[in-house]
Design a protein around this ligand. Structure first.
Ligand code: G3P
Length: 217
């Protein structure tokens, strides 16, 4: 399973990248706004900076909701760097745009996916990635991980090449469950990635080893 970080914060991207396990970055308009990035040029520059920091796929989201607007925006985003993946919302014009992008050599990440039917449509249109929102599904009283299981099964039966990119991750256990359920990629906040490191027995064990090491140092 590939690890992406889900943020537009450069310090967090750097910290995850320095771990040596980072395969890419996903952003969205809310994450860009959180970093105070505004204006088309500032947004484009920010994506360029991220592309220069991380050697992997970088999702950059369109904000248009009509086919022509999405295609125009996506072309500009894709021109920033070869690693840019154009992120498109799962709406009717989004599906048309994904089809257009896939026929014109531009890779896409179909976002805001909450059901298997939506993911099948995006895969049929040629999306490179589909992003089911695990945490938000859980928040609404459904089971986000169950959707990953379902998509993994369907994509395997149907031979879809589209990768399942589990998004809206809220904790380390989500990452483990996504790996178990067959997600191809998990995009996570830094805290959830670092949470995978933690176990009290590791801390207790290391303290004991270091204490004992003093006996022969
Ligand atoms: O990038 C999309 C997704 O990961 C958003 O997560 O926590 O806002 O539901 P969240």
């Amino acid at each position: 399973m590939k690890f992406f970080i889900d943020t537009a914060n450069l310090n967090q991207i750097r910290e995850a990248n320095e771990l040596g396990i980072l395969d890419g970055v996903t952003t969205n308009p809310s994450l860009m706004a959180k970093e105070g990035i505004s204006g088309e040029q500032a947004v484009m520059n920010h994506y360029k900076t991220i592309c220069e920091m991380v050697d992997g796929d970088i999702s950059a989201e369109v904000i248009s909701t009509d086919f022509e607007g999405m295609v125009a925006e996506g072309k500009k985003l894709a021109a920033i760097h070869e690693n840019i993946v154009v992120k498109v919302p799962l709406i009717k014009d989004g599906i048309k745009a994904i089809k257009w992008f896939s026929e014109n050599g531009i890779r896409t990440n179909c976002t805001l996916i909450f059901s298997a039917g939506q993911a099948i449509l995006a895969a049929k249109a040629g999306a490179t990635y589909v992003s089911p929102f695990i945490g938000r599904i859980d928040d609404s009283g459904w089971d986000g991980i169950e959707l990953i299981h379902q998509l993994s099964n369907i994509f395997s039966i149907q031979g879809f090449k589209t990768e399942i990119l589990a998004a809206s991750i809220r904790n380390p256990n989500h990452i483990i469950k996504c790996a178990e359920a067959g997600a191809d990629v998990c995009t996570c906040p830094l805290d959830s990635i670092l949470g995978l490191l933690k176990h009290p027995l590791t801390d207790i064990g290391l303290a004991k080893f270091l204490e004992d090491a003093k006996k022969f140092a």
